[in-house]
Design a protein around this ligand. Structure first.
Ligand code: CTP
Length: 403
């Protein structure tokens, strides 16, 4: 249910017997990680109580333009409800409500909310079979679809009238699956494979000591999260990090050293469509790793270091279809140095962060970046949370993929 996680769902309930099934719908949306608010027609309250729906959704339930709170009259804003939602679902949608929606009539809060909503609207019709077959109902459904609303068709089966035929509201599980599939099909990175590295690498000196750096992994993890939200299948290769992530689209592979990261990234590179190297890879590693703990002595200790392989440069040299993004953390001649890395490593974009910017860099929850493309075009961004920075980076990547 990845596409529903974090989504704001506005459930509109009208007066059909299937209204009792909306209690299950609310539970399913919440289980999928969505937030639910309910708006009902006044007559729908005869089929399912606002109290039940409020308890299940953990939100107030709206059914009239005026609400009451401790003897005060409050205006329930249909505009605000519509703006709050990522999508609206009208289920069950009776013949009466469908006809009013088609004609722009808004004599209750649900209809006014529908008319002012800017988000996608799904509707799940329910009625007796003859009503469902009536030309006016068919025309109303077609008209609503022509406005961009999405119909979740009724199914066949036993109807409350005792008759059997088409007109049953789709089952709650099927409605949720339908919406999930529809949302996924519209995500900009669906069917894309994204490879992301994060965190530091540790280069062993002996069994207890290593050379490392202060990278927390936050930026790479936020990028992985964002890619998954956008519908991508993500492989996140992380050096030692305390960051946690859980999303069905993200496969996390933990590594320790630069060598391990090199092999893990190369293994997944060929299939990847987008590669982002956000890891702070060690540039050097000890020539020899002592098998035993090195004992202290009065003399100075010299550890010989050799360069690690530049993972990003090695991937850049193998590039075929991949869109490759590197990071550059600089302290001086920032833009010049970043541009050199962009060319030397055969990248499509480089994300520059300067340690001179307050709030940017390791162990921070914020970052301030400049993105430079192959043509040296720069986009500068203000100081933001790393989650917001991840959004900006993917906005740029997606716009470049469409160029
Ligand atoms: N990188 C890499 N492998 C390395 C070193 C760096 O893949 N052994 C990647 C980083 O993940 C980053 C980019 O290269 O995306 C630039 O890293 P950075 O440390 O800024 O640059 P370096 O090339 O290491 O150059 P310098 O340290 O001299 O600035």
């Amino acid at each position: 249910m990845a596409a529903l996680s974090g989504k704001k769902v506005l459930l509109g309930i009208t007066a059909g017997i299937a209204a009792y099934k909306t209690t299950f719908l609310v539970r399913l949306f919440i289980k999928a990680g969505a937030e639910v608010k309910v708006v009902m027609t006044p007559a729908a309250k005869d089929f399912v109580t606002p109290l039940t729906l409020s308890a299940l959704s953990n939100n107030p339930v709206f059914y009239s333009f005026v609400g009451k709170e401790e003897n005060e009259e409050l205006w329930n804003s249909h505009v605000e409800l519509g703006l709050w939602a990522d999508f609206m679902l009208i289920a069950p949608a009776t013949a009466n409500t469908l006809s009013k929606m088609a004609d722009g009539i808004c004599d209750n809060l649900l209809l006014a909310t529908y008319l002012s909503a800017k988000c996608p609207v799904y509707f799940a019709p329910t009625m007796d079979l003859d009503m469902y077959q009536h030309p006016s109902t068919k025309e109303n459904i077609e008209k609503l679809q022509s406005f961009g609303n999405i119909c979740i068709p009724a199914t066949s089966g036993f109807l409350a009238s005792g008759l059997e035929g088409e007109g049953r509201m789709a089952e709650p599980e099927d409605i949720v699956q339908f919406i999930e599939a529809d949302l996924l099909s519209k995500l900009p990175l669906k069917n894309k494979k994204v490879l992301i590295t994060a965190g530091p690498t540790y280069e062993a000196i002996d069994p207890v000591r290593f050379i490392g750096n202060h990278s927390s992994g936050k930026m790479g993890f936020e990028l992985a999260n964002r890619a998954a939200q956008l519908g991508a299948q993500v492989i996140l290769i992380s050096g030692p990090s305390n960051e946690k992530i859980s999303h069905s689209f993200i496969k996390r592979i933990d590594v320790i050293s630069a060598d391990e990261m090199y092999h893990a990234t190369h293994k997944s590179f060929e299939d990847a469509d987008i590669v982002i190297m956000a890891a702070a890879v060690a540039d050097y590693k000890p020539v020899e790793v002592s098998n035993q703990k090195i004992k202290k002595s009065a003399a100075n200790l010299t550890i010989n270091l050799v360069p690690t392989q530049d993972i990003l440069a090695s991937l850049g040299s193998k590039k075929t279809k991949q869109f490759i993004v590197g990071f550059a953390l600089e302290t001086n001649n920032e833009v010049e140095n970043a541009e050199k890395k962009l060319v030397a490593k055969n990248l499509d974009l480089i994300v520059l962060n300067s340690l001179n910017d307050e709030g940017a860099g390791f162990q921070k929850s914020t970052n301030k970046i400049t993105i430079i493309d192959k043509f040296k075009k720069k986009s500068e961004f203000s100081l933001k949370s790393k989650a917001a920075v991840a959004q900006d980076i993917f906005d740029v990547i997606i716009s470049k993929l469409h160029e």
